[in-house]
Design a protein around this ligand. Sequence first.
Ligand SMILES: C[S@@+](CC[C@H](N)C(=O)[O-])C[C@H]1O[C@@H](n2cnc3c(N)ncnc32)[C@H](O)[C@@H]1O
Length: 336
Amino acid sequence: MQMDIVDLTANSSATGVDAHEQFALDVLTGLCSSPKQIPAKYFYDDNGSRLFQQIMHQEEYYLSRAELAILDAAQHELPKLVEGENIDIIELGPGDGAKSRLVISGFLRAGRSVNYYPIDISAKALDLLANNLPKDRRLSVHGIIADYTQGLRYARALSGNRQLVLFLGSNIGNFDTCQSQAFLRSVWASLAAHDRLIVGFDLKKDVATLTSAYNDSGGHTRAFNLNLLRRINKELGADFDLNGFQHFGVYNPVLGAMESYLLSVRVQEVYIAALERSFGFEEFEPLHLEYSFKFLEQDIERLCDQIGFGLERNFYDPKHYVVDSLWSVHKNKSLS
Ligand SMILES: C[S@@+](CC[C@H](N)C(=O)[O-])C[C@H]1O[C@@H](n2cnc3c(N)ncnc32)[C@H](O)[C@@H]1O
């Protein structure tokens, strides 16, 4: 296996704003919003990626176990459904690559050569991933440290074979309906008619199962959420007191989403040196961190059709908690 890595975050946008400046701008925008919020993509500094690995191993966190079971069973099927002697697997937010390994191994076992392009905003995630991939001379790995959209544009320019794009782990759930449509349509635009996309969705289920997954008894989700404040302290020179905030994960049945908040347990002021200003928090004021939208099967079918994909096959875990949905690309279809 060969692996090279490119870091696109140094100059992260067309405006020439680097990743650090963008982080400061996003924190400023988020803390000036009502309710206050920080975009979920900032969870994943080195420590955040490590903490997320611990969450994945918690008993209550059914998502990883369920999707590993799905891909373990599906790995033999996928090479039959996605043809071509050489295949380019592009993965959006692969994390530690435990799931990627199963998909890649299936193609290698079927005698195919694989170019794998993992795109992750976290350099640490790509480090962890390198240890999880199969050691095989028919596998070459081109790691891309970047935001999804920027990384996808970069990978598309390099890729010359049939593409299978993976968007697993219910990462799609962090987007609301409009953002999901816009994002998936941009993925659609980057693909050709014979390419495929697999999206991992978390299905709606019993509220107790959902809430305990996001409030694990080991406190790992709490630590993961508080780490975002620690990251702002470290990278933007802030003075958040981590004991001044309480983790709160709750299911919103109107939105159909788990929501993660940190609640300010007292009236307090936080100074952020990089922004040269303070932000006041009222007692029990929420800081919104993350949505994790949950889906019904008909939501997935509608989304797939609206964007211009065709639903080829749904792969389920034995409890029907999670679905990995394999989509083909219908070109000449406008967004409906
Ligand atoms: C919830 S984890 C899921 C990891 C993996 N897909 C899985 O199913 O186990 C999300 C991963 O996506 C990455 N990520 C989150 N937002 C991102 C973004 N906007 N662009 C690129 N990577 C992102 C994180 O660094 C993390 O590795």
